[in-house]
Ligand binder design. Structure first.
Ligand SMILES: Cc1cc2nc3c(=O)[nH]c(=O)nc-3n(C[C@H](O)[C@H](O)[C@H](O)COP(=O)(O)O)c2cc1C
Length: 250
């Protein structure tokens, strides 16, 4: 499943999504596409989406998600995406970095499609997640340069910026691959500068296609196991640390 979150079909993001589609089709895979803007996906989780309500007086998103999932009455647009995820063994998320995060349409896709009670619950998450055995890969472009997006760069470390979103995939049980990042993607170049930029992006496309053809070799993100935490959800003193987001206190 390829999920694309970009409003312009001639963008580099859309181009990479098409490249991914062609590359995966050439390996004999079936490929489904969710082009969120083209679909007009409504990213705002809201009471109006729910035709049946557990509590019609007060909107509790998780309560209503679980209720409509259990009654098999999820909003149609959500059910379609849930089905695609459940059919997939690889979910690719293609998006540009917008304000140090994903575009709102994709965040809202997560808010609505990662249905409480269906795609995750207190007892079905992380290692016991619904999506265990499936792989997730983010393909992200940034306008800023690789240097600026590095751990010492002025834009901050893009891998760290993306960590909460990647952790959301892990929450559902996905095996999360290290994100494929393309920095310094910008339009408006002319002459030799444009030629150099195109040559660089072309080389990156070859690298991306190779990653997709050899997914078994792609580096996997490490996360703490459930057993690394105590009954209060606190990291145990001897547990390993994989990210500044979950760490031992100084
Ligand atoms: C609303 C908005 C916010 C953006 N925020 C960032 C940002 O936080 N960091 C960054 O490096 N680039 C940022 N950019 C630049 C985009 O990441 C860049 O234009 C895009 O990745 C280029 O790929 P595209 O040609 O497929 O759109 C932003 C662009 C827009 C429109």
């Amino acid at each position: 499943l390829i999920v694309l979150a970009h409003p312009e079909s001639s963008s580099y993001n859309a181009h990479l999504a098409t490249l991914a589609q062609q590359t995966l089709l050439a390996t004999g895979s079936r490929v489904e596409m969710s082009d969120l803007y083209a679909m007009g996906f409504d990213p705002a989780e809201d009471a109006r989406h729910f035709s049946v309500r557990a509590d019609p007086r007060r909107f509790d998103a998780q309560l209503e998600q679980r209720f409509s999932y259990d009654r098999e009455e999820l909003p149609e647009a959500v059910q379609g995406e849930v089905d695609k995820i459940l059919r997939a063994d690889l979910v690719l998320l293609h998006f540009p970095l917008w304000w140090f995060g994903m575009p709102a349409i994709l965040k809202g896709w997560m808010d609505r499609v990662f249905v409480y009670g269906g795609m995750y619950s207190g007892s079905r998450r992380h290692e016991r997640g619904v999506c265990r055995g499936k792989r997730a890969l983010f393909c992200v472009t940034t306008g800023s340069s690789e240097a600026a997006c590095s751990p010492t760069g002025k834009e901050g470390d893009t891998r760290l910026v993306l960590w909460p979103a990647l952790y959301s995939m892990r929450y559902l049980g996905f095996t999360v691959l290290q994100p494929f990042l393309v920095h310094g993607v910008r339009g408006g170049l002319t002459g030799p500068a444009a030629d150099a930029a195109n040559a660089r992006l072309h080389a990156i496309e070859q690298r991306f296609a190779t990653v997709l053809r050899q997914l078994d070799d792609a580096p996997v993100m490490p996360f703490n196991a459930d057993t690394d935490f105590d009954e209060n959800g606190q990291l145990k003193p001897d547990a390993p640390v994989y990210s500044p987001f979950i760490r031992h206190q100084e």
